[in-house]
Design a protein around this ligand. Structure first.
Ligand SMILES: [Zn+2]
Ligand SMILES: [Zn+2]
Length: 302
């Protein structure tokens, strides 16, 4: 056998001196800002039981169906390299019974995440996230604080053309009404939908709304807006978010197609988009997850 040079894995990347200084600058800027806002660092493992992500992100999402690095370890346990941080931090919050001591917590973490996506320009299978979480606050000011914080972070990094895209995904009271209305449109649109959307149509219909395939976008252009189906509490919550963003001078757009690819979001979902990156315009995203901690076996905690 010929010795050949071993190359790094496709979709992975070395970050070399010359570039690492930029990473350090971004990380230090984020750490300073988050700590000034009262967030504290949490470090969580890179691997968790697969069940954690299947139950939180949702079985019928692209991440869980197609993109996770999952394997059986030598003891037979099914393990996954973390595809995102929120579920891991919730697991830690529950496991260390933080709600019993002081339910209101603000955390940040920085590190690699792993998703086996199709490699494309600027996207890697090991990618890095700066993550911030707020626990224990039901009021919309938590949502506003995070969006404001991200806007401030990008300003400090001289990424000044950002716009926050915001939507509400409703709650267990009002979302079923929207899903029922959506189901009718989906049946009519079915002949024009891509194979993924035909599968999503019955199992996870909201995801059809953010499919990027042109045929699907066209077929769904006349779809109802979830904002027309919100219950009174969700509507008040969302209008407080948008009114306050306006008062704070944070540029935003209401984006009724924005659903994000995870099942656990309730009410506010958002993305920060910039014109600086071409088609891949989202540089940050997130949302509220009022039911997630309880669904993972913890207390009912927004
Ligand atoms: Zn609602
Ligand atoms: Zn589609």
């Amino acid at each position: 056998m010929n010795p050949t040079n071993i190359q790094l894995i496709r979709g992975f990347k070395d970050i070399l001196p010359g570039e690492t200084e930029l990473w350090q600058h971004i990380e230090r800027t984020a750490i300073t800002l988050f700590e000034d806002f009262g967030y504290r660092e949490i470090r969580i493992p890179i691997m968790e039981k697969t069940e954690l992500f299947a139950r939180s992100i949702g079985e019928d999402t692209d991440i869980v169906e197609k993109e996770m690095y999952t394997f059986a370890d030598r003891g037979g346990d099914l393990l996954t390299l973390r595809p995102e941080a929120t579920a891991c931090i919730c697991r830690s919050y529950i496991q260390h019974k933080m709600a019993a001591q002081d339910p209101v917590r603000k955390f940040y973490t920085i590190g690699p995440m792993f998703r086996r996506e199709r490699p494309q320009k600027g996207r890697y299978r090991q990618f890095y996230q700066i993550d911030a979480e707020i626990f224990g606050i039901a009021a919309p000011f938590a949502d506003i604080e995070l969006i404001f914080l991200l806007r401030t972070l990008f300003d400090r990094l001289n990424v000044t053309d950002t716009t926050a895209h915001v939507n509400s995904l409703g709650c267990p009271v009002c979302r079923p009404r929207f899903k029922a209305a959506l189901a009718q449109i989906l049946d009519q649109a079915a002949p024009h939908l891509c194979a993924d959307c035909l599968r999503r149509k019955d199992r996870n219909p909201l995801r059809v709304l953010d499919c990027k395939v042109p045929g699907c976008r066209k077929a769904m252009a006349g779809a109802p807006s979830i904002l027309d189906y919100l219950c009174d509490d969700c509507r008040t919550h969302f209008s407080t978010v948008t009114d306050t963003l306006a008062k704070l001078g944070v540029p935003f757009e209401i984006d009724k197609q924005l659903v994000r690819g995870l099942d656990y979001y309730t009410r506010t979902a958002f993305e920060i988009q910039t014109g600086a990156l071409g088609a891949q315009s989202a540089v940050a995203g997130g949302g509220r997850y009022d039911g997630l901690i309880e669904s993972l076996g913890g207390p009912a905690m927004p």
